[in-house]
Design a protein around this ligand. Structure first.
Ligand code: ANZ
Ligand code: ZN
Length: 884
C-alpha cells in the first residue's frame, strides 16, 4: 500500500483539539512525581507572533515533551507581559483603549501559538495587566516598602522627552531612549527605587553557582554589577585657593599605587566644589553649562572628547605637603560613581593621558613593565595599564603593584586628620568596595502599567494604600489627548482621602517599570489561582526554581538581574524560600534572513521575491513586475528591512511541524539560524519521507511476531543497534539542548530503517520474523524520537503503527544498553614484548580463537622467524603477547 501524502493542514488542528480536550499538558501541583519546570520568556502582546517566538517556544516545547515522556511532572506555562508603551501609542494613533487593544492582541496571538502545537498548560495563563495579577505585585511593593527594599529617592534621572518618561540607566542606549531613540535629558526628580544595591555582593557571588547559565551571560552580569576594590583618599586643599573655605577633597581610586604619578585632580560638573567655584567664576559656570549639554550617560562620556577647566583650586599630595595638584572640572568624571572626584595618573590611564596631552600637564610613569629599563621607559600616547614594578615612587620603588597598593592603603589608613567642621580625627585613607550597580528606579510617568499603591498626603506624607483596598486599579475612562501621563490628567482618579488622617490627598500617578511585572511571573505560574497572595509558598518552593529558562540574550542583564533581585526580595518578605529563580538558562540565537532591495532603495519582503538559481549564482526577481532586486546581507528579521517571514504563512503552507523541524535542524539553538525557503522545503520533503517510511514499516509490523524473538540475526541486530544507538544519542542530546545534533541522528536512523525496508520484497513484505519484529520496534522508536519536534506527525504515525493512546502521553522508550556495546575489540599484538601489529576479533571470542588469529598474522610469523611458539598470553580486551 502506498500511503497518501501526509496532510498537515488537516491533521495538525485535529491533534491540537484533542490534546486540548484531554488537557494532557496541564500539570497538577499535587503530582507526586519529580517536577521539571520549563519556561520560555513570555511574549509582549504586540498583536502578532514573530518567527523568533516560534523558535523560542519550539526549543522549550521539545524539552517539555521529552521530560514529560521521561516521567517528570512538567510545568510549561504561558502568559503575557502585557503592560507597556505600545498599548498607549495605539491608543493615541488609533483611538483604541489600551486595555481593549491588549486583550485583542492576546486573543489573536494565543490562536497563533496554538497553531504551533506547543504543549502548554493554558490553565495557568494570565496577563500582567490583569488586576488579579498586579494586585499581588502591589502587595509585594508594600511588603518591600516595609522591609526597606523600596524607597523614595530624589535623583537625577534620565528623562525621555519624546516618550515623556523616566528611563532606567539600562534603558538608555548610546545616550538615547531605548524605545523612542530620543536624546535623553537629565532631570532631578523624586521616584521610587528598589534597593537592588543591598544585594550587589550577593548577586555577584551567586553567579558562580549558576553553572547551567551561559558564561557570557554571567560575565555580562558581573560587569554590570561592576565590583571594584579601592581606596577613598581625603586630599587636603590649599586653603589659599578654595572658593568657600573647603578644606579637603575626597576621591575614590582603584590604583592608589600610582599616587606618585598624579598630575592633576578632576571633579564632576555636579560636584559641590565645582558648584561653589562656579558661583565665583562665570567662565567656569559657562563651561559647566556647556559640558552638561551632552548628557551624562556613560557611553556619551566615554566617546566625547575629554574637556576640562582649571578651577584654580589646588590639592595637596597626601605624601608630600609641598606637592600641589591643580583641580579641574572635567567632563569625564561622573557624580554618580565613587565620590565624583579623582586624581589623574596619565601614564597609566588612557583617559587621563588624553587629558594631560591636551592641557600639557605631562606624565611620569610609575609602573615599569618587566624587562624594560626604568631609565628609558617613557609614555607618549598610549597609557600602560599592565603589570610591573614601581618606579619614580619614593618608598614604593621596586614593589609590585599589589604590594604598593597595600603599602599606600596601610600608611593612609593609619594617618589621622581632623574631619572638616568637626574636631574628630579620622583616617586619611579608607579601603572601600564600590559597585557600578545602581538602585533600580521603577517610577514611570505612564498610564499603562501597574499603579504604585501609595497616597501622598500633605499632612502624613507618603501613606501606603491599605491591603484591603488593593488592587489600585487603572481607570478605563482615560484620554490621551495631551502628552504625558494620562493617569495624572484624569479628572477624578487621583483624588482620594488619606487613609491615615482622612484629609484630602492624591494617589501616586506613576506606574511601575514593566520590568517589575516580568520579575516574578515565573513564581506566579506555580499557583496562579491563589487570590489571597502572590504565591502559595509551599507550592512555589516545590515547583521553583525554573529548571530550564529559555530566551533572547538581549535580556541577559536587565530582566535576568531584576528577576534574581526580586526573588531575593520575595524571600525577604516571605513569598518564596529561595534566592535564584532560574537554575538553567539558555540564550537562543536569532532568526535571520537575506534582505532584498529594489533599485530605488526600497525594501521588499521575501514573500514578494522569487529566487532563481542559474549559471551566475542566485538571482532575486520581484514576482509582481519581473524586475531584478538586489540580494542584501543576512540580517536579523526586522520590519524596517522587511526581511521577515510570517509564521502564519509558513504554517499555512507547510504546517507547524515543518517550521519546527527546520528551526531545530539548521543550526545549534544558541546560534543564529538563517531562514531559507529551500531548506524549509527540504524539511517538508523529510516529513513526507518519514510518513512513507512509517507506513511501510507498519505494513511489515503487521506480520511481525507478537512475542519478541529469542535471537536476532545480523540484519535484525544491526537495525536494533541503530535504533537503540539513536535513542541513546537523542536522549542525551535533548537534555543538553543539542537539538540540531539530535535531528542529524534521527535522519541517520531513518536512513538505516529505509535500507532494511528496501531489502524486503514489496508490496508483500517477506522479511524474516526477527527482522519484521525489529522493524516494528525501530519504527516505534523512530516516531517517539521525533515526537518532541514534530508532535502532530508523530501522533498520526502512532495511529498508523497501531499504538494505543497518544504518543504525547507515551513513556520514553527504554534503552537496551547491551545493544550499544561495540561487538568487536581490537587488541595490540606483541611478540616477545615488542609491538608487531594488532588484531580485531569478536568481543565474545574465546582465547583459542584469538590465538589462532594472532598466529596467522604475517607480522607475527616474520617476527618469530620460524622459532616455535612457547606461550601465548592474552590480556583480555587489551594485549596478546606471543612468547617465542
Ligand atoms: C587613579 C587612577 C590611576 C585610576 C590609574 C585608574 C588608573 P573602576 O575600576 O570602574 O571602579 N574614577 C573614580 N571615580 C570616578 C568617577 N566618578 N568618574 C570617572 N572616573 C572615576 O574605576 C575606578 C577608577 O576610575 C578610579 O581609579 C578612578 O581613576 C576612576 F592609573 O584613580 B583611578
Ligand atoms: Zn494624611
Amino acid at each position: 500500500m502506498t500511503a497518501e501524502r501526509y496532510n498537515a493542514r488537516e491533521s495538525e488542528p485535529r491533534w491540537q483539539r484533542l490534546w486540548d480536550e484531554k488537557a494532557i499538558f496541564a500539570s497538577k501541583n499535587d503530582d507526586p512525581r519529580p517536577k521539571y519546570y520549563v519556561l520560555e520568556m513570555f511574549p509582549y502582546p504586540s498583536g502578532r507572533i514573530h518567527i523568533g517566538h516560534v523558535r523560542n517556544y519550539t526549543l522549550g516545547d521539545v524539552l517539555a515533551r521529552f521530560m514529560r515522556a521521561r516521567g517528570y511532572n512538567v510545568l510549561h506555562p504561558m502568559g503575557w507581559d502585557a503592560f507597556g508603551l505600545p498599548a498607549e501609542n495605539a491608543a493615541i494613533e488609533r483611538k483604541v483603549a489600551p486595555k481593549a487593544w491588549t486583550y485583542d492582541n492576546i486573543a489573536a496571538m494565543k490562536k497563533q501559538l496554538r497553531s504551533i502545537g506547543l504543549s502548554l498548560d493554558w490553565s495557568r495563563e494570565f496577563a500582567t495587566c490583569d488586576p488579579s495579577y498586579y494586585k499581588h505585585q502591589q502587595k509585594m511593593f508594600l511588603d518591600m516598602l516595609r522591609a526597606g527594599l523600596a524607597e523614595r529617592e530624589k535623583r537625577k534621572l534620565n528623562w525621555d522627552p519624546v516618550d515623556m518618561t523616566v528611563l532606567a540607566n539600562e534603558q538608555v542606549i548610546d545616550g538615547r531612549g531605548w524605545r523612542s531613540g530620543a536624546v535623553v535629558e537629565q532631570r532631578e526628580m523624586s521616584q521610587w527605587v528598589f534597593k537592588i544595591t543591598k544585594y550587589s555582593q550577593e548577586l555577584l557571588e551567586a553567579l558562580d553557582g549558576l553553572d547551567r547559565w551561559p558564561d557570557k551571560v554571567r560575565l555580562m552580569q558581573r560587569n554590570w554589577i561592576g565590583r571594584s576594590e579601592g581606596l577613598l583618599i581625603r586630599f587636603a586643599l590649599d586653603a589659599a585657593t578654595t572658593p568657600a573655605g573647603e578644606s579637603e577633597l575626597k576621591i575614590f581610586t582603584t590604583r592608589p599605587d600610582t599616587l606618585f604619578g598624579a598630575k592633576f585632580m578632576a571633579i564632576s560638573a555636579d560636584h559641590p566644589l565645582a558648584v561653589a567655584a562656579a558661583a565665583k567664576n562665570p567662565k567656569l559656570a559657562e563651561f559647566i553649562a556647556d559640558i552638561k549639554k551632552i548628557g551624562t550617560a556613560q557611553s556619551i562620556i566615554d566617546t566625547a572628547e575629554k574637556q576640562g577647566f582649571d578651577t584654580g583650586i589646588k590639592a595637596v599630595h597626601p605624601f608630600d605637603p609641598n606637592w600641589k595638584l591643580p583641580i579641574y572640572v572635567a567632563n569625564f568624571v561622573l557624580m554618580e560613581y565613587g565620590t565624583g572626584a579623582i586624581f589623574g595618573c596619565p601614564a597609566h590611564d588612557q583617559r587621563d593621558l588624553d587629558f594631560v596631552n591636551k592641557y600639557n600637564l605631562g606624565n611620569t610613569p610609575v609602573v615599569c613593565p618587566e624587562g624594560q629599563d626604568p631609565k628609558t621607559f617613557v609614555i607618549t600616547d598610549v597609557a600602560y595599564d599592565g603589570d610591573g614594578r614601581m618606579i619614580n615612587s619614593r618608598f614604593l620603588d621596586g614593589m609590585t603593584i599589589e604590594a604598593a597598593k597595600e603599602e599606600v592603603a596601610k600608611r593612609l589608613e593609619t594617618e589621622l586628620r581632623a574631619l572638616p567642621g568637626e574636631g574628630r580625627l579620622a583616617p586619611v585613607g579608607e579601603r572601600q568596595v564600590n559597585f557600578r550597580l545602581r538602585d533600580w528606579g521603577i517610577s514611570r510617568q505612564r498610564y499603562w502599567g501597574c499603579p504604585i499603591p501609595v497616597i501622598h498626603c500633605p499632612k502624613c506624607d507618603v501613606v501606603p494604600v491599605p491591603d484591603d483596598q488593593l488592587p489600585v486599579t487603572l481607570p478605563e475612562d482615560v484620554s490621551f489627548d495631551k502628552p504625558g501621563n494620562a493617569l495624572d490628567h484624569h479628572p477624578t482618579w487621583k483624588h482620594v482621602t488619606c487613609p491615615k488622617c482622612g484629609g484630602k490627598a492624591v494617589r501616586e500617578t506613576d506606574t511601575m517599570d514593566t520590568f517589575v511585572d516580568s520579575s516574578w511571573y515565573f513564581a506566579r505560574f506555580t499557583d496562579p489561582w491563589n487570590e489571597d497572595a502572590p504565591t502559595t509558598p509551599a507550592v512555589a518552593n516545590r515547583m521553583m526554581p525554573v529548571d530550564q529558562y529559555i530566551g533572547g540574550v538581549e535580556h541577559a542583564i536587565l530582566h535576568l538581574l531584576y528577576s534574581r533581585f526580586f526573588t531575593r526580595a520575595m524571600k525577604a518578605t516571605g513569598h518564596i524560600d529561595m534566592s535564584e529563580p532560574f537554575a538553567g538558562m539558555f540564550t537562543q540565537g536569532m532568526v535571520v534572513h537575506e534582505t532584498y532591495q529594489k533599485a530605488d532603495g526600497s525594501w521588499v519582503t521575501p514573500a514578494e521575491v522569487k529566487i532563481e538559481v542559474g549559471g551566475n549564482g542566485r538571482r532575486a526577481v520581484l514576482m509582481a513586475t519581473g524586475e531584478d532586486v538586489a540580494i542584501g546581507p543576512i540580517e536579523k528579521m526586522s520590519k524596517s528591512k522587511k526581511n521577515t517571514v510570517d509564521p502564519d504563512d509558513i504554517i499555512a503552507s507547510y504546517g507547524a511541524d515543518v517550521a519546527r523541524w527546520f528551526m531545530l535542524s539548521d543550526s545549534p539553538p544558541d546560534r543564529d539560524v538563517i531562514w531559507s525557503d529551500e531548506r524549509v522545503q527540504g524539511a517538508s520533503r523529510f516529513v513526507q519521507r518519514l510518513w512513507r517510511l512509517v507506513n511501510e514499516s507498519a505494513e511489515i509490523a503487521k506480520a511481525a511476531p507478537a512475542v519478541r524473538p529469542a535471537t536476532f540475526g545480523p540484519d535484525a541486530l544491526a537495525l536494533r543497534k541503530a535504533a537503540h544507538g539513536a535513542l541513546d544519542k537523542v536522549s542525551s542530546g535533548v537534555e543538553r539542548l543539542h537539538f540540531n545534533v539530535c535531528l542529524a541522528h534521527i535522519r541517520e536512523f531513518a536512513n538505516a530503517l529505509s535500507e532494511v525496508l528496501a531489502k524486503g520484497d514489496k508490496p508483500a513484505p517477506d522479511l524474516a520474523p526477527d527482522v519484521s519484529w525489529a522493524v516494528k520496534e525501530a519504527a516505534t522508536i523512530l516516531v517517539q524520537l521525533f515526537s518532541p519536534m514534530m508532535p502532530h506527525l508523530a501522533e498520526e504515525c502512532w495511529v498508523v503503527l497501531g499504538q494505543a493512546g497518544l504518543v504525547s502521553e507515551a513513556d520514553w522508550p527504554q534503552i537496551e544498553r547491551d545493544l550499544l556495546v561495540e561487538d568487536s575489540v581490537t587488541l595490540v599484538v606483541q611478540v616477545n614484548g615488542k609491538k608487531r601489529g594488532d588484531v580485531t576479533v569478536p568481543r565474545a571470542a574465546q582465547n583459542a580463537d584469538i590465538e589462532a588469529a594472532v598466529l596467522a598474522l604475517d607480522a607475527v610469523k616474520a617476527a618469530l622467524g620460524g622459532k616455535p611458539v612457547r606461550k601465548v598470553i592474552v590480556v583480555p580486551m587489551r594485549i596478546v603477547n606471543v612468547v617465542g
